[in-house]
Design a protein around this ligand. Structure first.
Ligand code: FAD
Length: 583
């Protein structure tokens, strides 16, 4: 058994920031970080456009306006206490990142440059060209290594240990296996932080990397804990057609136009977006693009529209959005200096996740903290994004709540002794699970089953949803899951980097997450943010201004709810009372 005071699962921005925070503030604590990829290859490295903060380097911004934009953007579902922490801490965490060595792009006067982003009133996205995640993650991981954090790279966490302890049922550690050697280990800790990122791979077109399979969500649901607001799946408006990889919102921030087959800047034709045009929030922009395509105004009647940057000129394109140009060239053979880029919405981000309070403690279905268990980053739902996230607020969430998680966990474990744990039964169980998986000799290949699941999710739980489509989708998932359980074929028997074995386990996560997304979507009979019901087209605050909780009970997904925190109304009632959303 391997012991650490603090165990962090995930080496992206949230996990690395949390681990670094423990190492910086509590040098006497031992911190271990487990990641199924090398931390620097975590999905966060791909983040492009920026990280929001009211630094006031360009405009006369302030945290309350940032909070208002975030809550309006969330279609009023975000928790005010969490948004207050996010937006008030933002300037400080950016300065802190700079002190850690992050090289932000600069304005003429030498201050950190800031660009506009959808749904934000002011230019508040700080950036490093269009490689912001890369710039931040490298410094976090380097600093963590410098301060002696232990990194278990290419270890796959397959189970959470949740059993009786001195304070009722507690999280005491995890079971993981090394992808390199297949060695299984029990890791025990006084506190475990889940920072395993999103689940984009549940759908067939996504901007997310291959590792975004929602494992932390599945591990949490497997021990009977709820997941919150899982129906809110963010479709980013500008996935490069046909591959789905992201063309960053920074491109629209720099002034790109969205054009339909008639050559119109169609955002002007929708009352909800006619003022902010291409810089409207993502839920609205994605829906408008989907409508253009459905009504036959996609380019040549096809499944995409154009993102046009030609008017920005070569120099600006090369200096501000070089990566977007590179992607267009490499993946679609289009040079955006000369031609518009073909784009359509792509699954991008999970607004929902593991429910936590503002100290990153995971909450059970009774809203009480679970002993020894924390979560941060995209896998968590604290909730700062509610029904729709604004661009540049996710990196911010990872850094603000990652840092805060590290500080709070450090405090928390100073009063807690190492939990009592017998590792042997867990080792035997894990070994048996891997053996069973390797023994699967059915006829259905992992890739085929995964594709069927992804197609079902996309067809039945896409941008527009309705009762019948969701119910049919759930039934299809159960049939496909049956094939996974009883007819899977795992060909590769090797014990060194057996990627097929890992994919077979990841597929379990995709099913669990997919089923909870669909069930949560079925239970919310209104349209809010990214959740658009064709059979309930309006927002219904009287019945649904509340968070959805989805969890497994006797093998079935059940749903319940919990209230939204509205505390900012005490500061400015007029501003923070839910209103119709227009841009
Ligand atoms: C292309 C793209 C561009 C983006 N650009 C922006 C932007 O400009 N601004 C912004 O605010 N947001 C942006 N986002 C969103 C943002 O990048 C992510 O939400 C954020 O980086 C998530 O960070 P994270 O630390 O929560 O998770 P991740 O970075 O996804 O890290 C998850 C970690 O968990 C580990 N892990 C997962 N499962 C297991 C397991 N079973 N065992 C062990 N380890 C495991 C992984 O190895 C990884 O280290 C972008 C997203 C995409 C897809």
């Amino acid at each position: 058994m391997i012991d650490h005071d603090v165990l962090i699962i995930g080496g992206g921005l949230a996990g690395s920031r949390a681990a670094l925070s423990v190492a910086q503030n509590y040098p006497n604590l031992s911190v271990g970080l487990i990641s199924k990829v090398h931390p620097i290859r975590s999905h966060s490295v791909a983040a492009q456009g920026g990280i929001a903060a009211s630094l006031k380097n360009v405009d006369n911004d302030d945290w309350l306006t940032h909070a208002f934009d975030t809550i309006k953007g969330s279609d009023y579902l975000a928790d005010h206490d969490a948004v207050q922490v996010l937006t008030q801490s933002a300037p400080e965490v950016i300065i802190d990142l700079e002190h850690l060595g992050v090289l932000f792009s600069r304005a003429e006067d030498g201050k950190i440059a800031q660009r506009p982003f959808g749904g934000h009133t002011y230019s508040r996205a700080c950036y490093a060209a269009d490689k912001t995640g890369h710039a931040i993650l490298h410094e976090l991981v380097m600093n963590l290594m410098r301060l002696g954090g232990t990194i278990y790279q290419e270890w796959y966490v397959m189970d959470l240990i949740y059993e009786d302890g001195t304070n009722g049922t507690e999280v005491k550690g995890v079971v993981a296996y090394s992808l390199e050697t297949s060695r299984i280990e029990v890791f025990r800790a006084k506190a475990v932080l889940m920072a395993t990122g999103g689940y984009g791979r549940v759908f067939n077109t996504t901007s997310n990397d291959l590792a975004s399979t929602g494992d932390g969500l599945c591990l949490t649901a497997n021990i009977g804990l709820p997941l919150q607001d899982m129906e809110f799946v963010q479709f980013h408006p500008t996935g490069l057609y046909p591959v789905g990889v992201l063309i960053s919102e920074a491109v629209r921030g720099e002034g790109a136009y969205l054009i339909n087959d008639l050559g119109d800047r169609f955002m002007a034709n929708y009352p909800i977006s006619k003022n902010r045009m291409e810089l409207s929030p993502r839920d609205i922009t994605s829906r408008n693009i989907a409508c253009e395509i459905m009504e036959g105004r996609g380019i040549n009647g096809g499944n995409y529209v154009y993102l046009d940057v030609r008017h920005l000129g070569k120099e600006k394109i090369l200096s501000r959005i070089p990566f977007a140009r590179e992607e267009g060239l490499r993946l679609a053979g289009v040079d955006c200096i000369e031609h518009p880029l073909p784009v359509r919405p792509t699954v991008h981000y999970s607004m929902g996740g593991i429910p936590t309070n503002i100290n990153c403690q995971v909450l059970g279905s009774d809203s009480q903290p679970i002993t020894g268990f924390f979560a941060a980053g995209e896998t968590a739902c604290v909730s700062v994004h509610g029904a729709n996230r604004l661009g540049a607020n996710s990196l911010l969430e990872c850094v603000v709540f990652g840092k805060r998680a590290g500080e709070k966990i450090g405090e928390y474990v100073s009063d807690r002794s190492m939990p009592k744990l017998v590792s042997r039964p867990y080792l035997i169980d894990a070994e048996a699970k891997l053996k069973r998986m390797l023994a699967k000799q059915g006829t259905s290949r992992i890739a085929d089953i995964r594709q069927q699941l992804q197609d079902t999710m996309t067809e039945h739980c896409g941008i527009f949803r309705d009762d019948q489509r969701l119910k049919d989708g759930l039934q299809k998932i159960q049939t496909i899951r049956d094939r996974y359980d009883h007819d899977l074929l795992v060909d590769d028997r090797s014990t060194v980097f057996n990627m097929e074995l890992m994919q077979a386990i990841e597929l379990r996560s995709l099913f669990t997450v997919g089923e909870i997304i669909m069930s949560s979507a079925l239970s919310r009979k209104e349209s809010r943010g990214a959740h658009s019901r064709e059979d309930y087209t309006s927002r219904d605050d009287a019945n649904y201004l509340k968070h959805t909780l989805g969890y497994f009970e006797n093998g079935q997904v059940k749903t319940s709810d919990r209230p939204v925190d509205m505390s900012l109304q005490n500061i400015d009632r007029d501003r923070f009372t839910p209103q119709e959303r227009k841009y």
